[in-house]
Design a protein around this ligand. Structure first.
Ligand SMILES: Nc1ncnc2c1ncn2[C@@H]1O[C@H](COP(=O)(O)OP(=O)(O)OP(=O)(O)O)[C@@H](O)[C@H]1O
Ligand SMILES: [Mg+2]
Length: 252
């Protein structure tokens, strides 16, 4: 299996009011192409920090991150921004959508910024197809304040996919959604994963994590354990039971 993301001895320290907070402490893991990995753990354990540090949104204090075998830790800010724009997709906890743009324009923006090879028309068509796929084409022209939470989240997914990233990072992609909208979003993420997009997400939701192929459990800035969902664990209830038992073992 090819490596999509390789993380070596990753450390992240925040300094606030002269106090040092070692949030990530020598974290090591690999995500392979085609995997869908969930990161779970108590609040404050460093899950979001981990996601930001491995995705080049934030600089790690020490350690290495390789994206498809290429070091991204030492890249200059401009180069890193390009990698983020063209090879990665992001779905954030706080959804950074621009208020003065419509849903569709928000989704289009990263493509206009990134892609000089695709024409505007090609990009627009791709965007419309994405919105249809995620079931939000009827609100394409709406303001971001004129859609539901679930629709906004699906718009975020469309935006994260507009540049056809190799890897998608999501921090609590269903955190603000009710059960039914959450299931819709997970169905879409599962579909994208089956179509070949590697996904790494953070979640508190057992049902969400049970839909992933592997779960990393992080405590106090370290990976304490990992659980692999085997191919034969096809039944949702069985997967959830397996995960639940494991989480209890982990001290969840
Ligand atoms: N920008 C920052 N500056 C200083 N400290 C930070 C910063 N971001 C996070 N921290 C600290 O790092 C620790 C881990 O935070 P992080 O957001 O990664 O936790 P988390 O596991 O994602 O929690 P949650 O489940 O609540 O989202 C916390 O102690 C937090 O206060
Ligand atoms: Mg978090």
């Amino acid at each position: 299996m090819k490596e999509a993301l390789c993380v070596k001895d990753l450390c992240k320290t925040y300094v606030t009011n002269k106090r040092q907070n070692n949030v990530l402490k020598n974290v090591n893991f690999t995500v392979y192409q085609g995997e869908m990995v969930a990161v779970m753990g108590p609040s404050g354990s460093g899950k979001s920090t981990l996601l930001y540090s491995v995705s080049g949104m934030d600089r790690p204090t020490a350690g290495e991150v390789l994206l498809a075998g290429k070091q991204i830790t030492d890249l200059k800010e401009r180069e890193l921004a390009k990698v983020r724009l063209t090879s990665m997709g992001f779905i954030f906890q706080q959804m950074h959508m621009l208020k003065n743009l419509s849903i569709m324009d928000n989704i289009l923006l990263p493509a206009y910024q990134a892609d000089k090879s695709r024409s505007r028309q090609e990009i627009n068509e791709f965007c419309l197809a994405l919105m249809r796929k995620l079931g939000i084409s009827d609100v394409a022209g709406n303001d971001i304040t004129e859609v539901s939470g679930g629709q906004l989240q699906r718009a975020c997914i469309c935006r994260s996919l507009i540049n056809q990233p190799k890897i998608l990072f999501a921090d609590e992609p269903t955190g603000a959604l009710n059960r039914s909208a959450s299931e819709d979003v997970m169905q879409e993420l599962n579909k994208l994963n089956q179509e070949g997009t590697t996904i790494m997400l953070v979640t508190h939701d057992m049902k969400v994590a049970a839909k992933c192929s592997r779960i990393l459990y992080i405590v106090d800035g370290n990976i304490k354990g990992e659980l692999r969902m085997e191919g034969q664990d096809t039944q949702e209830k069985l997967r959830e039971r397996k995960l639940n038992n494991w989480l209890i073992e982990m001290g969840w």
